[in-house]
Design a protein. Structure first.
Length: 419
């Protein structure tokens, strides 16, 4: 019993704090999973080509999302620590810096995707029909980049000051907007034109615009803790820039290298053929379900660890880390069981080829087996290390495994051994 008290948190208030932060984020992840599974199921009714095109056409957005997550996460490390000190003025400055950076990145990505769509998609596939489908999807989706980047940066910053319910509410509304308009524009329902794969992108754009509008309304009329406003983005105070860069650069580098690594992985898969692209896309969507609560706890770890460090309670931060490791290990084991149980029923809902279904079944099985270690990794990297300010170690662990092991083996298996 003494060992538990010395190494783990036993205060009930702590667990209430974890639930208060993790549960809304987990619900947000469930909503995101719901959007992705509905998109996947609707496109799945059109066959392997539609799923493959949407998957590859979404790769630039995935890379932008990783960069935005890195910029906002780096800012959140500082915000959580300033929140522990009660320094609201510095929090507003950090939020302004994050917002400016993500806006510039989203504008750059939008211009590149609209100016060179065919060239970008040829990187991912050498099949003309897949390139054409992916181009249709990407050139429409690109109009959502700016709206998503700004609203996501703001909502991620609010998590660091323990305001997490608003993102759940906004993404809940966005879910229904996305699903409704996807149904309308993919299949041509309720008087809308039948756009098929492009229709899925139209639904996503309308959902992102909805999120942006709701974010602005909350920012200007509801939020009272920080009182950040768009005008704060134009206050160029450089006093915190060095701290922001020091904390954010490793995180941005981490997410950028991770995003590039996953992009290379998708290039390898894209050149194997559309059947495996479709299988991998479906498997990754299903895999999101097992991680919804893990990422909720990981985000709670970042906030609570950063708050403890900011308040000067280092021993408490270590106890928090130990406690959350135990929690996510159990969640990872549960995630493994869930994936193994649902892989068959979920795949039966897709109108895909037998070859794609068999490949997806195998990928989901592999993903299920790594859930316990994934849970520890995610909580350590996204939560504890970043929350404690040790972003360099997080970078080394996260990208080292990807670039030194996963990608070389992927290139060997895909291009040399032709597996």
């Amino acid at each position: 019993m003494e060992f538990i008290k010395n190494h783990f948190v036993t205060d009930r208030k702590f667990y209430k704090s974890v639930i208060a932060i993790a549960l809304p984020i987990a619900l947000q992840n469930v909503i995101s999973f719901g959007v992705n599974i509905m998109d996947s199921l609707m496109l799945g009714q059109l066959g392997d080509l539609a799923i493959s095109g949407a998957n590859l056409g979404g790769q630039p957005f995935f890379l932008l999302m990783m960069i935005g997550f890195g910029l906002s996460s780096g800012g959140s490390v500082l915000i959580a620590q300033y929140w522990g000190k009660g320094d609201v003025s510095s929090i507003k400055k950090v939020m302004g810096i994050s917002m400016r950076f993500v806006t510039v990145a989203s504008v750059l990505f939008t211009v590149i995707c609209l100016a060179f769509p065919q060239q970008l998609m040829h990187i991912f596939s050498n099949e003309p029909e897949v390139v054409e489908a992916a181009t249709q999807y990407m050139t429409t989706l690109a109009f959502s980049y700016i709206f998503y980047s700004i609203s996501n940066s703001y909502l991620m910053s609010l998590r660091a000051v323990e305001q997490v319910k608003v993102s759940t509410c906004i993404y809940s509304i966005s879910f229904f907007v996305n699903v409704f308009f996807n149904y309308c524009f993919i299949f041509g329902k309720f008087g809308a034109p039948r756009l098929e794969i492009r229709g899925a992108a139209v639904g996503t754009v309308l959902a992102r615009v909805t999120e942006f509008i709701l974010m602005l309304l909350y920012m200007n009329f509801v939020e009272k803790k920080v009182k950040f406003r768009i005008k704060d983005c134009f206050k160029f105070d450089t006093s915190l820039m060095s701290d922001y860069v020091r904390h954010s650069l490793p995180v941005v580098g981490n997410e950028l290298m991770w995003g590039l690594g996953m992009t290379i992985t998708n290039i390898i898969i894209g050149h194997i053929g559309q059947v495996f692209v479709a299988a991998n896309s479906i498997a990754n969507v299903v895999n999101q379900l097992s991680g919804v609560f893990v990422f909720g706890v990981a985000n709670a770890a970042a906030v609570l660890t950063g708050k403890a460090i900011g308040a000067g309670h280092k021993k408490q931060a270590q106890r928090i880390a130990n406690t959350l490791w135990a929690m996510v290990l159990a969640l990872g084991c549960c995630g493994c069981v869930v994936l193994l149980c649902i892989r068959g029923p979920i795949l039966s809902l897709y109108a895909i080829s037998d070859e794609a279904r068999a490949a997806a079944y195998g990928v989901i099985t592999v993903l299920a087996c790594v859930q316990p270690s994934f849970a520890i990794d995610a909580t350590s990297i996204v939560g504890i290390l970043r929350g404690g300010g040790d972003t360099r170690t997080a970078f080394a662990i996260d990208c080292g495994g990807l670039w030194l092991i996963s990608i070389p083996l992927g290139l060997l298996a895909g291009f040399v051994l032709k597996l």
